[in-house]
Unconditional design. Sequence first.
Length: 191
Amino acid sequence: MYNIPCNLEENKQLELLISGCEKAFTFFYNRYESRIFKVALRYLKCEDAAQELVQDVFLKLWTKKGCLQIERPVEAWLYTVGKNEIFNILKRQANLWKVMNQLKQTHSFEDNSMQDLILDSDYKLLLKNTLNSLSYQQLAVFKLARYEEMSYSEIACKLNISPLTVKTHMSRALCFIRSNFVANKIIHVKN
C-alpha cells in the first residue's frame, strides 16, 4: 500500500465535502483544528475564545462548502477565515475598551455592585442599632416623621405632645444618629 500525496487526498476529500460528506468534514477538522487553535490562541490570549473561534471557522467551512473550489487549498481558506474572525474579535474588544474608557471618564463608571451591597447592609445595620439606642419618644417621633412622612403638628397631635417638643425630640434624634454615623466613619464631617 502506498501513500496518496497530500494534494490528491485533500482534493478527493474536498470533493466529498462539497457534496456534503460529514466524514470529509471530519477529515479537515482533524487535520487543521489544532493549527487554527494555535493561531487563534496566539492573538486572542484566551483558550476559550480560541476554541470558540475554531468552532466558528469550521462551522463556516461546513455552511460554505458549496462555495469552495477544488483547485484552492482548504488550509489557506481556513486560515483566511480564521484571520478575519480574529480581526473581528479584536476590533470588537477595542471598541468595547474604548466605550468603557469613555464611560469611566464621563461617569466614573465602575462595577462596585457587591461593595455597594455590603455598604448598604452595613448602613442598614448601623441605622437599626442607632435607632434602637434612641429614647422611646425620640424613636417614635423619628419613625413618624421619616417613615410615615407626618408633619411635626400631625406627630404632636398623635403623640399628644406639643409641636415644639416634637421638634426637640427630632433634633436630638438626628443629632445622635449623625454623631453615631460620624463615629463609625459612615459620613464625614467637613471642617
